[in-house]
Design a protein around this ligand. Sequence first.
Ligand code: ATP
Length: 286
Amino acid sequence: MRSIRLKSPAKINLYLKVLRKRKDGYHQIKTVFERIDLFDELLLKTRKDQRIKIYCRHPAVPTDNSNLVYKATQLLRQDFLNKSTGLDIRITKRIPVAAGLGGGSSNAASVLMGLNKLWNLGVNKEELRHYADKIGSDVPFFISESSFAVGTGRGEKIKNLPKPRVLWHILVVPHNKLSTKEIYSSLNLRLTKKEENVNMLVRALKSFDLSRLKNYITNDLEKVASRKLPKLFSIKKKLKKLGVGVFCLSGSGPAVFGILKSRKEAEQKARKLKSRNLQVFVVRTY
Ligand code: ATP
């Protein structure tokens, strides 16, 4: 096999609690991830020379060694192939960049799993998880290939959850980027509530009880993100006006998701939200 095509999905966070700042500078968090059916496409092709080349038309995606897919390739290559094999990586970006949807992390996870097949490396899931951990906090979730999972530590310790039926969402993404680092560093931990309702959320998810689920959906970064980007207030106001009962920021934003009862309802409401300065998607659990 000389090439492989991969679909690289996005995530949202149904729950994100920041517990404390750690000595290593990261924050200890508790989160619930949901994988959604919004995909980047990747094409990996073995090269005759030893270079790793990244092609991507999106202006905000680096094509040098700072791209997370470069790191993923290098890690596997140095341990298994003695740097002898080169790779072309073509990225078609559909997941909005720096939006709290985990696009870069997902791309890296897809490359780790894809190269394992393309280069016949025989690396098991646990080892892949170990490489994922070295790349970034959200990468292990995508390696788990689960639809729902609880993440602890920096978000990298993953406990898979059973998949209930699928949830339908409206995803609203303003064109502004928010830096995860900046959002976390502006967070005042004394102002976040300490109570943890993650178990209640997991129970509501299991029983697919949307009216209970909405009580436990939360994100500690939402206030800081809205202060930095007041447009988020107006997005939430619009969602409320449309009768979307449950909505929340994903990750460090600026993507905001709403939960709807059906695809039909999501599509109807999404049509009313469309405007020039917003990207609006209808997505579901993947
Ligand atoms: P994070 O929470 O890790 O900051 P995010 O989900 O909000 O991530 P990403 O789309 O992963 O956002 O992009 C964050 C930054 O990572 C981008 O600004 C970009 O410079 C860099 N980056 C590196 N590799 C990639 C990639 N493959 N796709 C997108 N961005 C990438």
